[in-house]
Design a protein around this ligand. Structure first.
Ligand SMILES: Cc1ncc(COP(=O)(O)O)c(C=O)c1O
Length: 419
């Protein structure tokens, strides 16, 4: 067996998804004949919309599935640009749209473009774990800033100001261990070890909290980052799934932001691995070079299929599903509060509820194991999303139908001694 010492150190620094462990444990229970209500999974249960499937079948039957431009099919880039105008009222030049292999590849491209060794990118804790892992893979420093209900679990301009470090101090200190461990720089960090901050990443609506940044706060964030000469990356992959107000893209106020989106969630196409990035025009050539080298081009059948996403029949389907997600949220959130979970801010987007479970257990990983064993309900421990009060939180995903949500709530109620 090859020695671990011969692997790149970064491998040891990337934490696994604890949600996978929950899933594995759930499968063991299912194999033993138990039923499990799955609220751990962060992907829509809805199938790919029929018009998209039909378009994919047509494309494959025609053949000609070759590489495309690394930037994506021109007609898809154009369709995405038109979608920004129609859906969000923002004019985006199609030349600024880069189709990527999932928004994951968009995150990789942007970070590869911006992050030098030890450069700091500020992001919210809790937040989507892969984001900080991408930064670490590139030897940058993800700086998780604790956020809570007071700011909708989002960064604020004030937090950015407090945590921004303007110049390189030149000392590189990194403890071993995954990015949930010591090297996931805490807010404030050790002054001696602080390198330059180069950017800020906002995800709105957020995974795991399902909460969005207020528009006036986003305006302040844009101004603060610009004043400091930093770059703003905005992950809007859940923006289409906004429930209580009209969705507003950051591109409305920050034309020079790097805005990331995806076909995975709103268009129910997780397995097709297709997303996109809107970048400032003068960076497109460099991003193209990176994409060419990293993966040559985004998947061609998926791109052809995605051309059907913006047709009225598909948009009608995904809109109906958005309403279904909203109804699920309206069922789940009050029921969880009733059971004693703390949900101080009603999530307004995505399909997640980040609930404080400290009333029941001080260790959310243990709580997840107990709830799975005792109630047959699978949820994700907060540790997957950072360190800030992670042990006090679990994430519920409402990616199952209402009947199953009701069953999950009933099981939790019995388990927690409510009935
Ligand atoms: C906030 C956020 N960003 C990006 C991604 C990556 O999604 P994909 O690569 O499927 O577009 C996810 C997936 O769950 C996510 O939650």
């Amino acid at each position: 067996m090859e020695s671990r010492a011969r692997l790149a150190a970064r491998v040891a620094e990337i934490a696994p998804f604890h949600v996978m462990e929950v899933q594995t444990a759930a499968r063991v229970l299912e194999a033993a004949g138990r039923t499990v209500i799955h609220m751990e999974i962060g992907e829509p249960d809805f199938p790919t919309p029929a018009p998209v499937l039909a378009e994919a079948q047509r494309a494959i039957a025609q053949g000609g599935i070759y590489y495309t431009s690394a930037l994506g099919l021109p007609e898809l880039r154009e369709a995405i640009a038109v979608h920004y105008a129609d859906h969000y009222g923002v004019a985006v030049d199609a030349e600024r749209v880069i189709v990527t292999a999932g928004s994951s590849a968009a995150l990789l491209l942007v970070n590869a473009l911006l992050v030098n060794r030890d450069d700091r990118i500020l992001l919210a804790d809790p937040g989507y774990p892969c984001t900080r892992h991408f930064i670490r893979i590139l030897e940058g420093e993800p700086v998780g800033i604790p956020v809570g209900p007071a700011s909708n679990y989002q960064l604020t301009a004030e937090l950015i100001e407090q945590n921004w470090s303007p110049s390189t101090r030149g000392v590189h200190v990194r403890a071993a261990g995954p990015t949930q461990g010591a090297n996931y720089a805490p807010s404030g960090g050790s002054a001696a070890a602080r390198a330059a901050s180069v950017g800020v990443l906002i995800a709105s609506p957020s995974n795991p909290t399902g909460t969005s940044i207020a528009r006036d706060e986003m305006q302040r964030v844009v101004a603060t980052v610009a004043q400091r000469g930093g770059r703003l990356i905005v992950d809007e992959i859940y923006l289409g799934l906004t429930y209580d107000h009209a969705p507003r893209s950051a591109l409305e106020i920050a034309d020079d932001a790097f805005v990331i989106s995806s076909f995975s969630k709103y268009f129910n196409m997780t397995g097709w691995r297709l997303g996109w990035l809107v970048a400032p025009k003068h960076h497109v050539r460099d991003l193209e070079k990176l994409a060419q080298n990293l993966y040559i081009s985004p998947p061609t059948p998926s791109q052809r299929a995605a051309l059907a996403c913006f047709r009225p029949d598909t948009l009608a389907i995904v809109e109906e599903r958005r309403q279904a997600f909203r109804a699920r949220r309206d069922l789940l959130v009050p029921a969880l509060r009733e059971l004693g979970f703390g949900i101080p801010v009603t999530p307004d987007g995505g399909f997640f509820v980040y609930a404080d479970c400290s009333r029941f257990c001080a260790d959310s990983e243990r709580f997840c194991r107990d709830v799975l064993e005792g109630a047959g309900v699978a949820v994700t421990p907060g540790i997957d999303f950072g360190r800030h009060r992670a042990n006090a939180h679990v994430r519920f995903a409402y990616t199952i139908g209402q009947a199953k949500i009701e069953e999950g709530i009933a099981r939790l109620a019995r388990f927690l001694g409510h009935s």
